[in-house]
Design a protein around this ligand. Structure first.
Ligand code: 1HN
Length: 347
């Protein structure tokens, strides 16, 4: 190093130190670290196999009573997030179980949540006192600040997938939580504002969209209707079919932060590779297959849960007939923020 360069470097470091005493930093020496050229998800794609989780659900039912648990949920927490309740960026999820006769008392929170039923029937989620039946394949919405309670007057265990925007809400420090007291007043959720269109997906409205914007029909999508709509949906160029669950009024995403889809795959035909700045958690509704996520291959079967972290090239292939995947994404959130970027590779 010549003398002039050394003097400049010393002055620069002196300036950095002086800035630091005032809790300031130079942008010029760290510009490319601050403005990265590409997203790089912290989490690798991950899978929670039903064969691993099912025995743990059995143990939780035997060892944890609803007297001791606000909710009997096994949280699916990715190791990359160091113990935080996150399944992938912006999204958390869990497997919740209710036994016959049990009640998970009413509460409400700032979190937006969805419930996708994986096993059983006969349970009910009350959303602001509107009773939504829960059977395999049903989707129930519990929008931010709606009272919700889970009860099981039926028989047999009911297991469902809980999906929430917990990492986002935590990051924004916008969490509120309340337990219901008798006479608690309910506030119905506002319709969503739709930012992102999806011309390749068939929209699936809730069970009914009544004018008063209330009632269980607004918060529930029956699995039977979804399956039927998926069968009728036109196949895309790669043979797959895509349904988008939509808000009954806006026809946009079901919730401001959670955007849900049902995808049917044609056996043996790989879907077109695509990548997106949005993240997804997938629940295998039926069948089996494999998904290639960047360099990782995930072999999946019914009730497995796996993630599609953002900005990885993704393709799915069914190895059985009737392979259907439920997907919870943050696509609408990203679109609202102006951060949604999506690409498809040539076929
Ligand atoms: C929650 O309130 C429920 O209300 C389910 O059923 C899962 C995961 C994290 C935080 C709150 C529920 C949850 C949750």
């Amino acid at each position: 190093m010549n003398q002039a360069v050394a003097a400049t470097a010393a002055a620069a470091s002196d300036l950095v130190d002086a800035l630091a005493t005032c809790h300031a930093q130079p942008l010029w020496d760290r510009y490319h670290r601050v403005t990265r050229r590409l997203p790089a998800a912290a989490d690798a794609p991950w899978q929670w196999r039903w064969t691993d989780m099912e025995p743990l659900i059995g143990r939780a039912c035997a060892e944890v009573s609803m007297e001791d648990a606000e909710r009997r949920v096994l949280l699916l927490t990715h190791p990359a997030f160091a113990g935080a309740v996150a399944t992938t960026t912006n999204l958390s999820s869990g497997l919740q179980t209710l036994l016959p006769g049990e009640v998970a008392r009413p509460h409400r929170h700032a979190l937006q949540a969805i419930r996708y039923v994986m096993e059983g029937a006969g349970a009910v989620t009350s959303v602001n006192d509107h009773r939504c039946a829960m059977e395999v394949g049903d989707l129930v919405l519990t929008p931010a600040w709606t009272w919700h309670e889970h009860i099981h007057p039926g028989s047999g265990r009911v297991v469902w997938f809980d999906g929430l925007d917990l990492p986002l809400c935590t990051q924004l420090d916008s969490m509120f939580f309340e337990i219901a007291t008798p006479g608690a007043v309910a506030v119905e959720a506002l319709p969503t504002r739709s930012a992102s269109l999806r011309s390749d997906a068939v929209p699936l409205a809730p069970d009914a969209c009544d004018a008063a914007l209330a009632g269980a029909s607004r918060y529930r999508f029956s699995g039977e209707r979804a399956r039927e709509a998926l069968r009728r949906a036109p196949a895309r160029a790669d043979g797959s079919r895509l349904l988008r669950y939509v808000d009954g009024v806006s026809a946009g995403a079901v919730l401001p932060t959670l955007d849900c889809y049902l995808m049917g795959l044609a056996a043996g035909q790989a879907t077109r590779r695509c990548r997106s700045t949005s993240n997804a958690v997938c629940v295998v509704a039926s069948g089996s297959g494999r998904s290639v996520v960047a360099d990782t291959v995930i072999a999946w079967t019914a009730n497995d849960v796996f993630t599609l972290p953002h900005w990885n090239w993704i393709s799915h292939t069914a190895t059985s007939q009737d392979a259907v995947i439920f997907m919870m994404t943050d696509r609408e959130l990203m679109a609202c923020m102006g951060y949604l970027r999506e690409e498809e590779s040539e076929p």
